[in-house]
Write a protein that binds this ligand. Structure first.
Ligand SMILES: Nc1ncnc2c1ncn2[C@@H]1O[C@H](COP(=O)(O)OP(=O)(O)OP(=O)(O)O)[C@@H](O)[C@H]1O
Ligand SMILES: [Mg+2]
Length: 471
């Protein structure tokens, strides 16, 4: 998973609200738990303590009532009922022991027990004496102790109720804040997320529109998630290719019109003059006009084939069919192609390449290199001279040389002649060219991973070298 991809972005942006929501939820949950503890304390401790204290107050009154009834009537039934109430007082006291918690309540309970025990002892004496000769036992200390215990429990309940009321209010506010901030956060993140995806797409679509209008933006980079970046990079490559092919088309039209207009004008003028019988009785002039037509036509054929060839090489960048080729045989077959010109000029063209020397090359394109180099050697050499093709192997590299003893090249021009439409100062007036031959050779050799260069001295012939990889 790419960290900058759309999927990762969505995960990250959804994860942020999730973290935020879980933090907020745990805070709310913590407060609810606190509330729950408080409610438990009220229902399980304070309310039972209050209720039992109230029961004890009732029991003690009934205990006094039956004590007095027994004293007056001496009826043992009343004594039994009196004893039942004292028992139930102790029972409820024991129940209180089980529910009462907290220092103040336990203290109040201990005080109640002591007060009741003292009261009970006094009551026992009082009953034994039949109510005579002793004071009526006072229940005040028991009532005060009961009041005290009830007060502690009631005040605790009040306090807990107040705290829980506040907590409920706090939880309500927290839930409200949680909903509002959560909503705002989700909207903001969704906005940022869609913006980071939508903006690069908008930029890409603007660039597409521009390309559709024939304008080629220099920079397509849109940024954004990796998927969109990859799309814009591919789009950029496509635009570059489109631009290159557009430029090639324009250059091609320019070259063709430039290279063809001059010879065509000459041919047109010469043929018009011939048609008008201008030189009907002047055979020499008529022949001159026919010669013009012939050379200009040849020049036009040469120009057209060179322009077509270099344009084809520009377009078919990847159509090289590299395979093992016998370099000696390739040289000989190219020499044969140029043989008619060489024979016409009395120039000897020889190959001195060892047999079975194999190189990696596209045979058809390699032959184009040989034909151009040998053609140049013939073009720029005097009649009766010689042209030689040799090859030397060093490790896995083969250096091929086409040498002549022709006009040679100016040393300043040596580095320029491989550029398109560059012709040297020695260019022939007899064989006008386009200056594309060496540019074609360089393009082919470089595509093979080799290099091409020339060594020459004005008036001392030239040597053209190129390298290829041996099999
Ligand atoms: N063997 C050579 N001897 C002397 N000069 C040469 C030789 N080969 C090339 N040149 C020089 O290099 C220039 C460029 O050569 P290139 O083959 O590119 O063009 P061209 O021969 O003039 O025209 P084209 O090949 O297009 O018909 C030539 O004009 C010429 O000045
Ligand atoms: Mg040439």
């Amino acid at each position: 998973m790419k960290l900058n991809g759309i999927f990762a972005r969505l995960i990250i942006t959804n994860f942020i609200p999730l973290v935020f929501l879980s933090m907020f939820m745990s805070f709310i949950f913590f407060n609810i738990q606190k509330l729950d503890r408080l409610m438990k304390q009220i229902t399980l401790v304070e309310i039972p303590v209050i209720e039992k204290t109230d029961r004890l107050s009732g029991i003690i009154l009934r205990q006094i009532e039956f004590r007095e009834k027994y004293i007056i009537s001496a009826d043992t039934d009343f004594l039994r009922q009196y004893e039942e109430y004292t028992d139930s007082f102790r029972k409820v006291l024991a129940e209180l022991d089980a529910v009462a918690a907290g220092e103040r309540k336990l203290q109040a309970l201990a005080k109640l027990r002591t007060a009741y025990n003292e009261y009970f002892q006094a009551e026992k004496v009082y009953i034994r004496n039949g109510g005579k000769g002793s004071y009526v036992p006072s229940v005040n200390s028991v009532s005060a102790a009961l009041e005290d215990l009830r007060g502690v429990a009631a005040s605790k309940r009040e306090k807990a109720l107040k705290t829980s009321g506040k907590l409920v209010e706090q939880v309500r506010t927290e839930i409200f804040v949680f909903i509002v901030t959560g909503g705002v956060l989700i909207v903001c993140l969704a906005y940022l997320n869609t913006r980071s995806i939508a903006l690069p797409i908008r930029k890409l679509s603007e660039n597409t529109r521009r390309v559709a209008q024939g304008k080629y933006p220099d920079h397509i980079g849109t940024g954004g998630p990796s998927e969109i970046r990859r799309l814009s990079e591919d789009f950029g490559t496509m635009v570059r290719r489109l631009k290159e092919s557009d430029e090639l088309r324009t250059e091609f039209i320019g070259n063709v019109s430039h290279e063809l207009r001059t010879p065509l004008t000459s041919i047109y003028e010469a043929s018009s003059m011939l048609k008008e019988d201008y030189f009907i009785n002047d055979r020499e002039s008529s022949e001159r006009l026919l010669n013009i037509i012939e050379t200009e036509s040849k020049r036009m054929i040469n120009s057209v084939s060179n322009i077509l060839e270099i344009t084809r090489l520009d377009i078919e960048q990847d159509s090289y069919n590299i395979a093992p080729v016998d370099i000696g045989r390739a040289a000989v077959s190219s020499i044969e192609k140029t043989a008619p010109i060489a024979a016409g000029r009395g120039i000897a063209v020889v190959s001195d390449i060892a047999p079975d020397l194999m190189v990696y090359a596209d045979e058809e394109k390699l032959s184009l290199v040989f034909v151009n180099l040998i053609g140049n050697a013939l073009k720029y050499s005097g009649d009766g001279s010689f042209v030689k093709v040799t090859a030397e192997r060093k490790d896995s590299l083969l250096t091929v040389c086409v040498s002549d003893n022709g006009t040679g090249i100016d040393s300043e021009e040596l580095s320029l002649i491989f550029e398109r439409y560059r012709q040297g100062s020695n260019r022939s007036t007899e064989y006008k060219g386009t200056g594309l031959g060496l540019a074609i050779c360089r393009k082919i050799i470089e595509k093979h991973g080799g290099t091409i260069w020339a060594e020459s001295q004005k008036g001392c012939g030239s040597r053209f070298f190129f390298t290829l990889r041996c099999v």
